[in-house]
Design a protein around this ligand. Structure first.
Ligand SMILES: Cc1cc2nc3c(=O)[nH]c(=O)nc-3n(C[C@H](O)[C@H](O)[C@H](O)COP(=O)(O)OP(=O)(O)OC[C@H]3O[C@@H](n4cnc5c(N)ncnc54)[C@H](O)[C@@H]3O)c2cc1C
Length: 361
């Protein structure tokens, strides 16, 4: 029924039994679509249960989202998992609130919970997957031996963890971070992005479902002093006190790739992440659908993947050259001013950056 090679002469391995590695967003969206189309799907994950690593989750993520177009494309409505933040996340530079004119009022951001709690998108997707007949097997890791024996057409959707980048040779860069969670007012849904001299990327806070999540991340190594400055800003400017911070290391792809030999890559591992800001939630959901198409309609999968990842290399190069500049944290401030001025001068540019991540044009 499913044919990785995509033409009838080359049907080396037809199968209606599919293995997916990684029970995250991309893996589960792929699994649900394939199971609904009649395949027997098993999803393996190295963790003991759904919800990814307990060192990272529960966590709240903020993302731009085009709800109707996204649900329509992925074939499922996940609107109950996403809550609008009210404003396109509030932007701060150190302890000062800043306005990025083209972004506000036009783009909409949403918060979503990841992890093992009932209120998370992971549990919602798992319920949908079980309803569709998907089987799960936990505590099973994609190792070199496992990869060698995985049948053609297996989908690899293991997220931003290092091991599988190394196994597959997908080029990646390292991201360093600190993260923390505290109990918060249950009805509050807020998102804020903090740029400043503590990171070449940014820190953010996001609240939903009674928790406030904070993350400081940077594609250049962070030192304790950076965290002190970030927590100082949060305390001074917003009165938020995170008590205990854990460290976090993640891995961003530096290339986009849908096929790896006779296997299919999905989610962050395939490059379906916005390379400048690092928004990965919606890309992962969309990518799950693309991965399922790779088994049912390879041509459409390739065309859609090319469309969704267009511009990745240019954006990444722009970001990496900014990160390499000396005094880049201060330059970031100038960069923001320059971007505001350029958008004001040139309405077409302003229009183009209105919604920083529009997967559907
Ligand atoms: C701390 C943090 C904060 C983030 N904040 C935001 C944000 O605010 N907004 C945003 O848009 N994006 C954010 N992202 C990015 C976004 O969460 C990811 O891009 C997205 O979840 C990727 O989805 P995925 O399906 O590729 O992988 P995931 O959803 O991460 O799923 C991967 C799954 O694979 C499993 N796995 C890993 N390795 C193996 C292995 N070797 N064998 C078997 N299973 C394995 C994992 O346990 C996990 O369940 C954040 C990421 C992190 C880590």
């Amino acid at each position: 029924m499913y044919n990785i090679h995509g033409n009838s002469e080359d049907m080396a391995k037809d199968t209606d039994s599919i293995i997916i590695y990684g029970a995250g967003l991309a893996g589960m969206v792929a699994g649900i679509n394939l199971a609904r189309a009649g395949a027997r799907v098993t999803i393996y994950d190295r963790e003991p249960s759904i919800g990814g690593s307990s060192q990272v989750h529960p966590s709240i993520h903020t993302t731009p989202l085009q709800p109707e177009k996204t649900w329509d494309y992925i074939g499922m409505d996940l609107s109950e998992c996403f809550a609008p933040t009210g404003e396109y996340p509030a932007f701060w530079y150190n302890a000062k609130r800043i306005t990025l004119p083209p972004y506000v009022n036009n783009a909409k951001a949403y918060n979503v919970e990841r992890g093992h709690r009932k209120s998370s998108i992971d549990i919602r997707l798992q319920d949908m997957a079980l309803d569709a007949g998907v089987k799960f097997s936990f505590g099973r890791e994609l190792s070199p031996g496992e990869l060698k024996n995985a049948p053609p057409g297996s989908i690899i959707a293991t997220g931003l963890y290092k091991e599988v980048y190394e196994l597959t040779g997908v080029d990646y860069s390292t991201t360093y971070g600190y993260l923390s969670t505290i109990p918060w007012e249950p009805g509050d849904v807020s998102g804020a992005i903090h740029m400043g001299t503590f990171s070449v990327d940014y820190g953010y806070t996001a609240s939903l479902n009674g928790i406030m999540f904070g993350l400081l991340f940077s594609r250049r190594p962070l030192v304790d002093h950076d965290l002190e400055r970030f927590t100082g800003v949060l305390g001074k400017a917003r009165g938020i006190e995170f008590r205990k911070w854990g460290t976090f290391t993640g891995y961003f792809p530096r290339e986009t790739r849908l096929f790896w030999g006779d296997k299919i890559l999905a989610g962050t591992l395939s490059g379906m992440i916005e390379p400048f800001w690092g928004y990965g939630i919606v890309g992962a959901l969309i990518s799950g659908k693309v991965a399922s198409l790779a088994l049912t309609d390879r041509r459409k999968a390739e065309a859609d993947f090319a469309r969704f990842t267009a511009g990745f290399s240019t954006k990444l190069a722009r970001k990496e050259s900014l990160d390499r500049m000396p005094f880049n944290k201060q330059l970031l401030r100038l960069g923001i001013l320059k971007a505001r001025f350029a958008c004001w001068r040139n309405p077409a540019l302003g229009k183009a950056v209105k919604e920083p991540v529009r997967w559907f044009k």
